[in-house]
Design a protein around this ligand. Structure first.
Ligand code: NAD
Length: 351
């Protein structure tokens, strides 16, 4: 066994079907009685239903959560927190809604109950990314780690087919990079392999039947496992590239992860053979990078940056940004090879 250091994060996780019914109990257990429910415009009806269900425990609904946590939206929401006298937030939605809850916690220290409805994994991390003047910055602080996570598999049944695959690949990306992280440790690596396997098994079954509750349950469990990986250990080239493409070129989050992941994995293949073997074993394939590409492609996900909003002329700038600040990666960051990686992702070449 290699030496390692592991920092466990405090969290309370409730996982099951119909667990939305437990939100009121969890608000009271936190010693709170005035919850502000957060969601997106798209999930307004679910937010309203939750407010109605909470009755006098809810002080209102803020339904303008936005991708990449723009600071203007946070300011607006903080105004509502203040005027409503909220003593906790309940975030119902994907990474965007959870990001808003974290931003509120960062500013107010209010406790958070989060109810994730995608597989992005933000709920399990002490990480917050915020956007101001078109620039996305990320920080790690325990202040934003949600106190309670309630996973209700029933809420994921409505996640559209394509979002299911891309969000699932987004989750797998956390586990892939955890396996070759510089602070990898045996516990997190075990969870990473489990997470990849659970989502890898679930995605084809969900494509066949989006209402398959067992497959949805596997996918959500996998999302938690992969989210814990993201929260526990440092990420590398893949997350750096996706951060660059999302933050500077406004590419959509989960789709970008889906397209880039097989190529980032191929980039690190020779430098991280043990991680590759574990990814391949989790997917039941011979080659990790190809297995990831095939999982996405065979389930209808986009495979080309060209198809999700990237302009070829911006590739050079993306390479420049991604190589501008030093960070750890199993294989050194080589601009020519990174350019090739992005070209492959741009064209959707199988690695
Ligand atoms: P999202 O939260 O933006 O959701 C996308 C759309 O799907 C929204 O309109 C949402 O309302 C809708 N939706 C969500 N769940 C649904 C469901 N079950 N049924 C129907 N519609 C549903 O997308 P995302 O990919 O979950 O989150 C992306 C954001 O999360 C980005 O801003 C990213 O930076 C952030 N993120 C942060 C971390 C972290 O640790 N800080 C980790 C992962 C992602």
């Amino acid at each position: 066994m290699q030496p390692f250091i592991y920092n466990a994060l405090p969290s309370r996780v409730i996982f099951g079907f119909g667990t939305l019914a437990q939100v009121a109990e969890e608000i009271r257990a936190l010693g709170c009685s005035r919850a502000l429910v957060l969601t997106t415009p798209h999930q307004r009806a679910s937010g309203e239903a939750l407010v109605a269900k909470l009755g006098e425990l809810a002080v209102g609904l803020y339904d303008n959560a936005t991708m990449h946590t723009p600071v203007e939206v946070t300011r607006d929401a903080l105004g509502v927190v203040k005027s409503s006298g909220a003593d906790c937030v309940v975030a119902l939605g994907g990474g965007s809604t959870i990001g808003l809850g974290k931003a509120i916690a960062l500013n107010t220290d209010l406790p958070q109950i989060v109810i994730p409805t995608t597989y992005a994994g933000s709920e399990a991390t002490p990480i917050i990314g915020q956007t101001e003047n078109g620039l996305k910055t990320t920080q790690r602080t325990l202040k934003v780690l949600p106190e309670v996570i309630i996973y209700d598999v029933d809420l994921t049944l409505t996640l559209p087919a394509q979002m299911t695959v891309t969000s699932g690949m987004n989750a797998i990306a956390h586990a892939v990079e955890a396996l070759y992280s510089k602070d990898a440790n045996p516990l997190i690596s075990m969870l990473a392999e489990q997470g990849i396997a659970a989502i890898g098994r679930a995605l084809p079954r969900i494509q066949l039947d989006p209402q398959d509750k067992e497959a949805r349950s596997d996918a959500l469990f996998g999302a938690w496992a992969c989210g814990v990986c993201l929260g526990a250990v440092g990420m590398s080239i893949h997350h750096k590239l996706c951060h660059t493409l999302g933050g500077s070129f406004d590419l959509p989050h989960a789709e970008t992860h889906t397209v880039v992941l097989p190529h980032a994995t191929a980039y690190n293949a020779d430098a991280a053979p043990e991680a590759m073997a574990r990814i391949a074993r989790a997917l039941g394939v011979d080659n990790a990078a190809q297995g990831l590409f095939d999982l996405a492609a065979s389930n209808g996900a986009p495979t080309r940056l060209a198809d999700i909003g990237m302009e070829e002329v911006d590739l050079a700038r993306a390479v420049e940004i991604a190589c501008s600040s030093p960070y750890w990666n199993p294989r050194p960051i080589e601009p020519v090879a990174i350019r090739k990686l992005l070209e492959n992702a741009f064209n959707g070449n199988r690695p």
